[in-house]
Design a protein around this ligand. Structure first.
Ligand code: SF4
Length: 423
């Protein structure tokens, strides 16, 4: 049973966990309704994530403890902060998860932790939670386990037997910046457990081919998170790192978390009035281009354009910088080139390829397919197209035609990252 004391700890620990976005979080509230079983305790700690098969699942997002021996400048849980602290025992966390699961509040668990004593001491407790859930309580829900930076290979390997997904947060893309803000951490302590996870998954895949009853090892792969805007790294630095991570076979998602000014007293950090959400969104769009639109990172950012354009999405930005590739003839171009047209997504590109076998496509059939003609019209040729293309109008004019009328001025803090004079 969950007593008041445990529920108070849960409140503190779910609050502390909310800054980690590496599970696609979005807090939700489910009020009790007649005919339905239970509610979500005021919505605290429940987030949504995507399982390996693409299903959206609700997870209990919580920390084992928000005590931490480290003092990372960007973190609310750093040891020098005077905040309410709490620690759940392994049994309390297992019971809590099972109670929530039985009541149908959640389909799984997203578990992270501050570091207590040392990385292995903490990791061992995280592993015990996952192990007890699977082996004692036969819990068959989703488990996303954060690996503690610096944890040993043995513990990471054991965790992988019980977790669906594991993640180690990079947080800061460049080592010198990480050293500045989190002197007790380095990139080695992050990339080493990532390598253990990768090796475990690859060995497991080979074993599965040879032995029928091989237990699964991190079947949903691994993910990581980078904080955006806490340090001076450009989008190029961030995206080049993401691109190299995606070239490893087990990295499924890189999450970008706009820096939230939680520790305003720390002069090593920029003073932002609000998190750089537009920049965060542009990074997700660029990430999408690399994963689903066959863009190479060098095409999205380079030395001339190290930061993404905040006013237009990265695909439109690329098209405006490369008018020589346009217009694309919708009725004859290959799939890869059609995919590069602003306003055409993966689904529309596939529909174009299959539909044009039966008749030539024009303005209205493209609209019907789902193409955003407001954008695409300047970059294509097809039957009955009433508009002039980018080369006739010029990229500058197309840009101004497509710029959204701003409802609200973009906060200048998101365009220039201000750092204090001391840095
Ligand atoms: S180790 Fe993790 S929990 Fe501890 S201060 Fe650093 S970021 Fe926060």
């Amino acid at each position: 049973m969950l007593n008041e004391n445990v529920l108070a700890k849960v409140k503190t620990l779910t609050e502390s966990a909310k800054y980690d976005v590496s599970c696609s979080s979005s807090g939700t509230v489910r009020k009790a309704e007649k005919g339905f079983l239970g509610n979500t305790v005021g919505g605290i700690g429940i987030c949504h994530s995507f399982a390996d098969d693409g299903r959206c699942v609700s997870l209990l997002k919580i920390m084992l403890t928000n005590n931490c021996i480290y003092d990372c400048a960007y973190c609310i849980n750093r040891r020098s902060n005077d905040i309410p602290r709490a620690t759940l025992s392994v049994n309390e966390l297992v019971t809590l998860t099972m109670e929530f699961y039985r009541r149908n509040y959640i389909e799984g668990l997203f578990l992270s932790s501050g570091v207590v004593r040392n990385p292995d001491y903490t990791m061992e407790r995280l592993v015990r939670v996952a192990k007890d859930l699977r082996l004692i309580h036969k819990f068959n829900g989703y488990i996303h386990l954060k690996s503690i930076p610096g944890a040993s290979r043995e513990l990471v390997n054991e965790a992988g037997l019980y977790a669906d997904r594991m993640s180690v947060n990079i947080e800061i893309p460049k080592e010198e910046s990480l050293k500045l803000l989190a002197p007790e951490k380095d990139h080695k302590s992050v990339f080493t457990p990532m390598t253990y996870i990768k090796q475990g998954i690859l060995i497991n895949k080979e074993d599965q081919k040879k032995y029928r009853h091989t237990p699964r090892f991190v079947p949903a792969g691994q993910s990581t998170q980078m904080i955006v805007g806490a340090t001076a790294e450009s989008d190029k630095d961030i995206l080049y790192l993401s691109s190299s991570l995606y070239h490893t076979p087990t990295m499924r998602r890189v999450y970008y978390s706009g820096y939230i000014s939680v520790n305003t007293y720390d002069k090593r950090l920029p003073v932002l009035k609000q998190p750089p959400l537009v920049r965060e969104n542009r990074l997700y769009q660029a990430d999408w281009l690399m994963r689903f639109y066959q863009f190479d990172v060098k095409e999205i950012v380079d030395d001339t354009n190290p930061n993404l354009d905040l006013e237009v999405d990265p695909k439109l930005g690329w098209a405006l910088r490369h008018p020589e590739f346009f217009p694309v003839d919708i009725n004859s171009a290959d799939y890869e080139m059609i995919l590069r047209v602003p306003g055409i997504g993966v689904k529309s590109a596939m529909l174009i390829i299959s539909s044009r076998r039966f008749s030539k496509l024009g303005f209205y059939s493209l609209k019907k397919i789902g193409v955003v003609m407001k954008k695409a019209q300047y970059f294509i040729t097809c039957n009955e197209l009433p508009t002039m293309t980018i080369n006739e109008i010029s990229p500058e004019n197309v840009r101004s035609l497509l710029l959204p009328r701003p409802k609200k001025k973009i906060d200048e803090n998101q365009l220039i990252i201000p750092f204090s004079d001391d840095n």
